[in-house]
Design a protein around this ligand. Structure first.
Ligand SMILES: [Mn+2]
Length: 311
């Protein structure tokens, strides 16, 4: 990594003890099937972030002043399963430090670990997946930890909502809950998907964004681009509504596959990340303590949360 702090913010604001927000980079690209390169995603994202204005016009805030701690990258890649375990352990450890935890991939299989961590710390978790692909295969090329399997576990253990889907295998239709799926071809002609999907969310929401949910015209640097994706302002409108109406407990962004001829995608990812933080902390004073509420919500379900866990 070339950066010492996220976006070059002052060192004091990047210290773990001063930061309400934690950013975990996971430069992993072990199972991608076609175009390699999402292992370079976190570095391109961080470089773009350093060249971005830190005042958000829409919310009139400077969210970096809440403190953003950039952790060491998770580089475990001895096997997809070991990577998922490492992501799970790290994510959970920062949730338990009462931080707002965010993760930047890497390919989408990293989300198996992030979702598992959040699901163990929050009751009745909704996973909101923005993605071109369903990613519902139980197994792919002999592994349960392939990027094509990114949300299979979430489909079994959480309230999974899939938004922007426009590519899948027929075998996935048996796993998919169509009531909770918003296909891109329907979203293009009917904007009721925003309210409808928010109505289906529980209070605690984890968001996983595969950048290929965006239209390739604005987000070409991704491993498997698909035509007919989301545009910038409709995505921001939707995300701002989700943050306004629900308790977003964390999020990850995956599948930035940088291309040296197209820097705009790196900047889209950087801005998207910062926008989401701005929506989350809009209305929070910098001096106020952050409370991510995991203990309160987990009290109702002690089997999910073991105080003896060593994190
Ligand atoms: Mn995906």
């Amino acid at each position: 990594m070339t950066t010492q702090t996220y976006a070059g913010i002052p060192k004091e604001l990047g210290k773990l003890e001063n930061a309400k927000i934690v950013l975990i980079p996971v430069p992993y690209d072990g199972t991608s099937t076609w175009q390699k390169g999402s292992d370079k995603g976190p570095e391109a994202f961080l470089n773009a972030s350093e060249n971005m204005e830190l005042y958000d016009i829409e919310t009139e805030t400077e969210v970096y002043k809440q403190g953003i701690h950039l952790t060491d990258a998770i580089t475990e890649n001895s096997s997809p399963e070991a990577m998922v375990d490492a992501v799970h352990a790290s994510t959970k450890s920062y949730i338990k430090k009462n931080k707002f935890v965010t993760i930047f991939g890497g390919e989408h299989s990293i989300s198996i670990g992030t979702i598992r961590a959040f699901n163990e710390c929050y009751d009745n978790l909704t996973v909101l997946q923005l993605d071109a692909h369903a990613d519902l295969r139980k197994e792919y090329e002999g592994s349960n930890f392939n990027h094509a399997c990114a949300v299979y576990e979430a489909s079994q253990t959480t309230n999974l909502l899939q938004v922007g889907i426009r590519s899948m295998d027929i075998s996935e239709t048996t796993v998919m809950d169509k009531e909770k799926t918003y296909f891109a071809h329907e979203m293009a002609v009917d904007d009721s998907w925003m309210d409808s999907s928010i109505d289906q969310m529980t209070e605690n929401v984890f968001i996983t964004i595969d950048l290929d949910v965006f239209d390739p015209s604005i987000m070409p640097s991704t491993g498997t681009p698909e035509p007919g994706g989301l545009l910038w302002y409709e995505t921001l409108e939707y995300l701002s509504q989700v943050f306004k109406h629900k308790n977003v407990v964390g999020f990850d962004i995956v599948e930035l596959c940088p291309n040296k001829n197209d820097k705009s995608s790196d900047f889209l990812a950087a801005k998207l990340y910062y926008k989401m933080l701005s929506y989350k902390f809009q209305g929070n004073n910098i001096e106020d303590d952050f409370d991510n509420d995991y203990q309160t919500t987990s009290k109702n379900n002690t089997t999910k949360y073991n105080e003896d866990d060593e994190y």
